[in-house]
Write a protein that binds this ligand. Structure first.
Ligand SMILES: NC(=O)c1ccc[n+]([C@@H]2O[C@H](COP(=O)([O-])OP(=O)(O)OC[C@H]3O[C@@H](n4cnc5c(N)ncnc54)[C@H](OP(=O)(O)O)[C@@H]3O)[C@@H](O)[C@H]2O)c1
Length: 247
């Protein structure tokens, strides 16, 4: 007997990142994208909106209606900071597990999400960077900071990114703070030509060490989101790092 597929609603599926991530989800046999949410292509077919040909996946601008109609297992969200928090809460209220890539969500909304997930015993993943390279960079910089406590973070993104510093840089700074490295300076660059780039520079005596990661394509976020969609079905808390889904 075939195993049931994980039913996914993809919010922001027509955006720069959402379209790359949705293509990755569409390529997996155990995952079924049942509907998409966006504003401009609402009423059309997702495949037509993405330019890949008809897929039979409707696009709607009403997340609540989509959740009620399709009863998915997981909501994947790559929308905008003011949208993703309410989206995730609406999902959890309906028993749907959120996998949120959107960054810049206000802290009080994350806190509410944690409370709702705890109350309902539901898992969620709110992960500012789904690339495996950033997961490794986080490990490496925590080790390097033990030897070189003087460090700064530089993040570079395309000029249309709305939040600064990046959610990834803030998460790295938070993890460093948890290890006693407080108030690490973060520098943000917004210029055409960049996708998502993070580097951490350590200054020592007569030497410096740089640990750097470059997302040169938004395809870099797909495999991590696929992993999160599968693993979020098995957890009952909110996780903030891809590494937490591998352990
Ligand atoms: N976690 C990660 O690994 C990762 C990686 C890259 C980016 N991100 C984050 O992902 C988010 C999206 O970035 P992006 O560059 O892909 O943005 P984008 O190109 O502007 O795409 C945003 C998507 O969300 C939809 N959307 C926006 N407001 C909406 C609303 N009120 N209701 C329904 N749909 C709405 C847009 O559709 P319409 O235009 O039709 O409304 C579009 O499909 C950002 O927060 C970014 O920082 C995360």
């Amino acid at each position: 007997m075939a195993l049931a597929k994980i039913r996914v609603v993809a919010a922001g599926a027509t955006g720069k990142t959402g379209s790359a991530v949705t293509q990755a989800l569409l390529g997996e046999d155990d995952i079924q994208v049942v509907a998409a949410v966006a504003r401009r292509s609402a009423g059309s077919d997702l495949g037509q909106a993405l330019g890949t040909g008809f897929l039979g996946i409707p696009v709607s601008d009403n997340l609540d209606a989509v959740l009620a109609e399709h009863q998915p297992d997981v909501l994947v969200d790559f929308t905008a900071p003011h949208v993703a928090g309410p989206h995730a809460l609406a999902a959890v209220t309906r028993g749907v597990r959120p996998v949120v890539g959107t960054t810049g969500i206000p802290a009080e909304q994350i806190q509410r999400l944690e409370q709702e997930c705890a109350r309902r015993g539901l898992g969620a993943a709110v992960i500012p960077n789904f690339s495996f390279g950033i997961m490794l960079l986080a490990e490496f910089i925590l080790r390097a900071a033990e030897v070189f406590p003087n460090l700064e973070i530089i993040e570079k993104h395309h000029q249309t990114k709305v939040d600064a510093p990046s959610g990834t840089a803030l998460r790295l700074a938070q993890r460093l703070a948890e290890r006693g490295h407080h108030n690490v300076p973060v520098h943000s660059v917004r210029l055409p030509g960049f996708v998502a780039h993070h580097e951490v520079i350590f200054g020592g005596t007569g030497e410096s060490l740089t640990i750097r990661h470059d997302s040169i394509s938004r395809a870099s976020f797909g495999p991590g989101v696929v992993l999160a969609v599968r693993r979020v079905m098995e957890i009952d808390r909110v996780v903030y790092d891809l590494a937490d889904l591998l352990s």
